[in-house]
Design a binder for this molecule. Structure first.
Ligand code: ADP
Ligand code: MG
Length: 292
């Protein structure tokens, strides 16, 4: 049977490992002028490792107890950093305790009650860090880690350092997307500027916007759009969902992607490889030429 060119291109995209939700989406993929990427779980493997645990000097709790509390609070979360903390605790033979009143703030972190204590794990808020704490955070960030603060009953108790790796095909995908669109991809991340810069250098991205909250990612997309750009945004997290909805075309990573990102996105990478993106952008551009 002969299919109309747009439909056969959608079927083709599916074979390449990208689920394109409609013909309009294929059209939008073919007209994108700029690609922007989230970092954690999108350009990185999304399986970070807990590399450092630094109790604050006056912390009354042992390292093991701090890890136990942090893992219990993170356990209900799908976030890659949360999975890393829980995995580290399990590897240390620490049973994961029950958490009550769990709440998460996308782009910031989590909070829960564990054994009657309030445990918060998340982004260290600048300006609120005192001397020793700021030193520990800066040292980890300078080493390219994602630094995360653990608070127990409102008091800073430990700093965690998490290390993530770029996906093996990230640099190649970035270069091919740049060639296809004729414009250099951007990085939009909630992580700190040092870790963001390091990853960007590894994969060949020059323009980096770090420390972004979910609404800041939306603002960056709008800013590009106000300059006449049609943005294809690639992301995976709950934190990316508002920006995925704002972009000309939102693309979610299927395997690491949160349900919200998958529902919000216009297209989903079902084969867990970034190399699928230039392939599908290329075929979307060719399909347009056939239709016009
Ligand atoms: P990205 O844009 O790189 O995917 P996010 O927006 O999800 O990152 O998170 C931004 C920052 O917020 C993280 O670098 C971390 O400091 C903090 N954060 C978010 N979620 C969590 C979590 N579940 N546990 C610890 N820290 C978190
Ligand atoms: Mg992410």
């Amino acid at each position: 049977a002969t299919m109309p060119p747009l439909l056969s291109a959608i079927a083709n995209a599916g074979r390449h490992g990208v689920l394109v939700k409609s013909a309009v989406v294929l059209e939008h993929l073919g007209t994108a002028t700029r690609v922007a990427f989230d970092k954690t779980g999108t350009l990185t493997t999304g399986t970070p490792q807990l590399a450092d645990l630094r109790p604050l000097p006056d912390a009354a709790l042992s390292e093991r107890e701090l890890l136990a509390l942090a893992a219990a609070a993170e356990n209900p979360s799908e976030h890659p950093l949360a999975r890393a903390v829980v995995t580290a605790a399990r590897r240390a033979g620490i049973p994961i305790r029950a958490a009550e009143g769990f709440a998460s703030a996308p782009g910031r972190g989590v909070t829960a009650r564990v054994d009657g204590r309030t445990v918060e794990v998340g982004r260290p808020a600048e300006g609120t860090l005192d001397g020793g704490l700021r030193g520990a955070v800066q040292e980890l960030e300078a080493a390219g880690r994602t630094a995360v603060l653990v608070r127990v009953d409102g008091e800073p108790a430990a700093v965690l350092g998490l290390a993530d790796r770029p996906r093996p095909d990230a640099a190649r995908a970035v270069a091919r997307l740049a060639a296809l669109t004729g414009s250099a991809p951007h990085l939009l991340t909630g992580d700190n500027p040092h870790a963001a810069r390091r990853l960007a250098d590894d994969v060949g991205i020059a323009e980096v916007h770090a420390g972004l909250l979910p609404s800041d990612k939306v603002d960056r997309v709008r800013e590009l759009q106000s300059r006449g750009e049609r943005v294809a945004l690639v992301g995976d997290g709950v934190n990316d969902a508002p920006a995925l909805a704002t972009a000309h075309v939102g693309i979610a990573m299927g395997r690491s992607g949160s349900d919200l990102a998958l529902d919000t996105a216009d297209a989903v990478v079902t084969r867990d490889e970034l190399a699928t993106l230039p392939a599908v952008l290329g075929l979307a551009r060719r399909a347009r030429r056939l239709v016009i």
